[in-house]
Design a protein. Structure first.
Length: 400
């Protein structure tokens, strides 16, 4: 996806909000129809039947007919694809979309026929939107020629974006054969086996203090009041700033690693399971819920999952996921395993040989050595699948 910042006029913004509302309304109706299905009942209506029902609804309701039929029908088509993905066990079941959180609509078709893009000046472009016309956006880079669809979204901070669907070219390997290990942590976002310590940027201290004041103000504000809406918008803008900084760091870090190293080794961590809530149920409440919630926020703030996802997309077949067991307790010099060697969060002092190094860097080097050892195992002819799930391209790279 190539995403650009939209610059709509007030009238265009109001019209796009109408499109978002119609797409959300149609999507939620489709979710409701499928929620009534139970074993033994007649199956829920499919895409063709829902399109017929949409035509009847547009003939009956003027406010729905005033919107774009293309946008509304595309929402139904996206829902049908989401249900197919759910039954194919690749995605979760589609859920209701909430106003202010899931604002957006999609346009699909051949560029130049169903929609189009043009460049107005050095830094300004325009995209064609149904029933609205040409909407300006920041031309920060060239729009992909092969794009066959785009999606317009509005985030909680009130910013509009347009994303053109296109698969970017992967970053070529440098060809040096070098393997690098990356250890993800809470205090240090990513420690590299070369000794680099990389940290994802967060809000500054003054911004954190302001966020805390705004959260307290929000708790005191009356629901539905203008002041509460203004406070929520201010909070959303601060959080969007933090998210943008983290995404920018992930993009730059993943690109740098993909360009410098042939193989990138990371721990095989189930981030989704690790950040799951610990509150439990009423019958079986969880323990240390507040501490676990703080850990979850720290993991998400350091972009563990985003970093590996972008590495896999930019360097397909060159990312190795190794077993994380004992990587933080093993001395990289003598390979002695002892919990006592981890003096603190930052210091690793081997109780056997006395080797002293940063604990995160030591873990990153162990991850690198495991990946390098698997490469040697591959050359010896043992099955690669016994140690880790590896892409076919990586097998060819390591064996070759």
């Amino acid at each position: 996806m190539s995403r650009y910042r939209l610059q709509p006029s007030p009238a265009q913004e109001a019209a796009m909000l109408e499109h978002c509302g119609h797409a959300r309304f149609v999507w939620n109706l489709a979710v409701e129809q499928h929620s009534y299905w139970k074993p033994g009942r007649k199956s829920a209506p499919g895409f063709a039947e829902q399109c017929r029902q949409l035509t009847e609804a547009r003939g009956e309701f003027d406010w729905l007919r005033a919107g774009s039929q293309v946008v509304q029908a595309q929402a139904l088509k996206d829902f049908a694809q989401a249900m197919a993905n759910f039954f194919g066990k690749t995605h979760r079941k589609p859920t209701y979309r909430k106003r202010g959180q899931s604002e957006g609509f999609r346009m699909v078709g051949k560029r130049g026929k169903h929609w189009d893009v043009r460049r107005v000046s050095h830094s300004v472009g325009e995209v064609q939107v149904p029933k609205i016309g040409w909407v300006r956006f920041r031309w920060s880079r060239a729009v992909p020629e092969g794009a066959k669809s785009y999606r317009i979204t509005r985030d909680p901070a009130g910013r509009w974006f347009v994303a053109f669907a296109a698969i970017p070219e992967p970053i070529p390997a440098p060809g040096t054969g070098e393997v690098v290990g990356v250890d993800r942590g809470v205090t240090v976002s990513a420690a590299v086996s070369t000794g680099e310590m990389l940290n994802a940027p967060t809000l500054r201290d003054t911004e954190k203090a302001r966020l805390l004041r705004l959260l307290r103000k929000l708790a005191r504000a009356k629901r539905g009041s203008n002041r509460r809406g203004e406070t929520r918008l201010a909070i959303a803008k601060l959080k969007a700033r933090e998210t943008d900084r983290r995404k920018d760091w992930v993009e730059k870090t993943s690109t740098d690693l993909a360009r410098r190293f042939d193989v990138i080794a990371v721990e095989d961590l189930k981030v989704k399971n690790m950040t799951r809530s610990a509150k439990g149920t009423v019958e079986a409440p969880g323990k240390n819920v507040r501490q676990k919630a703080g850990l979850n926020r720290s993991i998400l703030a350091n972009g563990w999952g985003q970093l590996v996802t972008r590495l896999e997309q930019k360097a397909p077949g060159r990312v190795v996921k190794v077993n994380p067991a004992y990587t933080s307790q093993t001395c990289n010099t003598c390979k002695h395993v002892a919990r006592e060697s981890r003096e603190s969060q930052a210091l690793f002092l081997c109780v056997a040989c006395g080797h002293q190094v940063n604990a995160d860097v030591n873990a990153a080097r162990n991850i690198r050595d495991i990946a390098a050892g698997l490469a040697v195992t591959a050359r010896g002819g043992l099955p690669l699948g016994e140690s880790l799930n590896r892409e076919p391209q990586l097998e060819l790279l390591l064996v070759g």
